[in-house]
Write a protein that binds this ligand. Structure first.
Ligand code: ADP
Ligand code: GLC
Length: 492
């Protein structure tokens, strides 16, 4: 098979800028594709937080002209670097007005009001960059609403451009809740023509929906787990796009994310107090003590610690947790929470920590080292998500022998195998109903197992630590899909 030219466009990439799992995926998938021998390149915005010195970024010669309809041609710059430890080129689209700010998408809980212009500019810049560097992609891989305009641009502005004569597109949906809804005036800068402003393409409620347009125009669409690919075809998970997605199911794929085990591995993790692995678990006990100490909890081996790490957002089931928390506080347990997001939730959990200082502690903010320490030092890990396209923390938890308690949805359902008391098979504890009762009962079941069936619990830990969600496997699935897209474009 010919090697592929792949251009991946993402609004965040580890290690340069991250707000969630999209960045983890955009930083890891290219490496696995590169190992398969493909010419893969990445494009992302040059936000303020991207450290130009640390990553030795160079400004490319000449600017980048980006046509933006009514705004005329907007000029930007391009910084060039590599994904650390690889030869994978990363291009950073620079524009002081659009990206020279403190946040990625928002500040102090408010989305930037010009996110439509910012990401339409970015999407168009990706196309112009490919031309500038004379890179002829077989596939442009767009991710989420931020870059969903790319498949539309490919089929309109660049439909007859010989530089993209054989270029196809893949749109990966990491999260369907965020679709890029904007005022229809943005059509004037997207500039694909008002004939595309119709209910079968980009129009929705008399505004534009960028993700919708991307779904219609992409050669293929994917989600980050198989289960989520099924779920988004239903009312419960479709956020209004379920019928459109169901209609496009012929080109919908579910490819589970992998994990970067160079970063998430208790045997070598530099952030944790003592390393450990399935054949020597002593270090995990030390990590638990240190975690309790760090969070100011009583340092006890005889009480289980439940960890929680994640964005404090509706998606993550924080309301379920809020409605369960007092009942949980009557159980013999300790909870440590690391998260930031909805202000009311930040206040709520800080308040709970004040009321139950011996049982509940939280750190409101973003701390990668603490995330590692919670994975290592907890006995159990809670993810009560209402929906979860893939979810990474539960997979990290498995590797650290920290048994996940999850709601059986999306990637959580695909990656965690429910405990079977009799056979001692399984890697975690699942609940199905999105109710506080289901959450409380399942935490109760996990605690019961921890206190009364330590052999069963340890057997599960071993099962969990042996599971692998390798990027190579996922990259091979993407590769197969890219070849299909390429063949489709060439009419083969
Ligand atoms: P999502 O992308 O929906 O936020 P994922 O589970 O896919 O959920 O990815 C979340 C990623 O962000 C994980 O790598 C997790 O460790 C990290 N993360 C989330 N919140 C925090 C936080 N407050 N501090 C440190 N890391 C965090
Ligand atoms: C999204 C989803 C999360 C997924 C991540 C990476 O932010 O919420 O479930 O793991 O993208 O694909």
């Amino acid at each position: 098979m010919d090697k592929l030219n792949i251009l991946i466009a993402a609004s965040e990439v580890v290690p340069f800028a991250k707000s969630g799992g999209l960045a983890d995926v955009a930083g890891a998938l290219p490496k696995a594709l590169r190992s398969l021998g493909h010419d893969v390149r990445l494009v992302m915005p040059r936000y303020y937080i991207v450290d130009r010195e640390k990553y030795a970024l160079r400004l490319m010669e000449g600017g980048l002209g980006v046509p933006m309809g009514a705004l005329g041609e907007v000029w930007g710059g391009v910084y060039e670097g590599v994904l650390p430890g690889t030869d994978i080129p990363v291009y950073f689209i620079d524009h002081e007005g659009f990206f020279g700010r403190g946040g990625l998408y928002e500040e102090n809980g408010y989305s930037y009001i010009d996110n439509d212009s910012r990401f339409i500019f970015f999407s168009r810049a990706v196309m112009q960059l490919a031309k500038k560097i004379r890179f002829h992609p077989d596939v442009i891989h767009a991710n989420d609403w931020h870059t969903a305009a790319i498949p539309m641009m490919l089929n309109t502005h660049y439909a007859y451009d010989s530089d993209f004569a054989h270029t196809g597109s893949l749109l990966t949906i990491h999260n369907l809740q965020h679709q890029g809804h904007f005022y229809k005036g943005a059509m004037e800068i997207l500039d694909i023509g008002w004939d595309h402003f119709n209910a079968n393409e980009i129009e929705e409620y008399d505004g534009i929906n960028l993700l919708k347009g991307g779904i219609v125009h992409a050669d293929a669409i994917s989600t980050v787990s198989r289960k989520y690919a099924q779920e988004i075809r239903t009312d419960e998970f479709g956020w209004g796009l379920e019928r459109l997605i169901d209609h496009n199911a012929y080109k919908l794929h579910g490819i589970l994310n992998g994990v970067d085990y160079d970063e998430w591995n208790p045997a070598v993790d530099p952030f944790i107090a003592q390393t450990f692995d399935s054949d020597s678990m002593e270090g995990k006990k030390v990590c638990k003590r240190v975690l309790q100490h760090t969070f100011g909890l009583p340092e006890r081996d005889d009480v289980p610690v439940i960890g929680l790490v994640g964005r404090l957002a509706e998606q993550k089931g924080i309301e379920l947790l809020v409605h369960s928390i007092h009942a949980l506080m009557h159980m013999e347990l300790q909870i440590v929470l690391l998260g930031a997001g909805e202000k009311w939730a930040e206040h709520f959990f800080s308040d709970i920590a004040g009321r139950y200082p011996d049982k509940f502690r939280c750190y409101i903010g973003y701390r990668n080292d603490l995330a590692h320490q919670i994975e290592a030092g907890s006995d159990l890990f809670l993810m009560p998500s209402l929906f979860e396209p893939c979810g990474l923390n539960q997979i990290y938890s498995l590797r650290y022998g920290t048994l996940p308690i999850v709601r059986a949805t999306g990637g959580l359902d695909d990656t965690i195998e429910n405990y079977a008391n009799d056979s001692r098979h399984g890697t975690g504890f699942k609940f199905y109903d999105a109710t506080p009762d289901a959450l409380i009962n399942t935490v109760g079941w996990a605690l019961y197992t921890w206190y009364n069936d330590s052999q069963g619990f340890e057997a599960m830990q071993r099962n969990a630590m042996e599971r692998r969600f390798d990027w190579t496997v996922s990259a091979q699935e993407y590769e197969a899909l890219y070849y299909r897209i390429k063949a489709g474009r060439r009419g083969e």
